[in-house]
Design a protein around this ligand. Sequence first.
Ligand code: ADP
Length: 190
Amino acid sequence: MLNLVLFGPPGAGKGTQSQNLIQKHALIHLSTGDLLRNEIAKGTELGLEAKKLMDAGLLVPDEVVISMISNKLDAEKDARGFIFDGFPRTVAQAAALDTLLESKGAGISGMIALEVKDEELQTRLLLRGKESGRPDDANPEVIGKRITEYNNKTAPVASYYKEQNKYKSINGIGTVEEIFTALNEVIEKY
Ligand code: ADP
């Protein structure tokens, strides 16, 4: 199996690159942000609770996202592999993902981080907010909160994979094609 963790701050381009990668490598895209927004759209209890946190730029609890991912892994038994986008976002989530995959005789092939500077992220997210209507992209204060959550809770996840020699980073500034090429150069070595 090819199981990739696509890593990087909000606005780094994980969603865009995931779409290209799933096509080329026949993988399944698992984005916890998309799964949560889907729950909100359906108006479920989980969605209502998550929305309050997401609109404030805060992470939703680990148990919630871990159980969503666990359900998806169970539902996609014949998958060639997965791209994890926006997950794991805490070290606890990373450890839980390893346990879930191990129980299926699989593991993470590697983490690839897209590197983009904070100023560029602010600009990209505000632009996306105008186009997508995502409430968490429209407000500079909420964007700031998300970047702080990222630096405090999510950045340590990189060390988790570095310790396992599974971490690579690439420049996240450039055209979509240039970044896609750089990603594939890393993936070809797995
Ligand atoms: P972005 O990467 O642009 O912040 P996402 O769609 O990945 O966007 O996430 C949107 C929001 O959903 C996050 O700010 C957070 O509130 C919540 N979320 C998504 N994934 C997770 C996760 N793995 N753990 C906790 N919260 C999450």
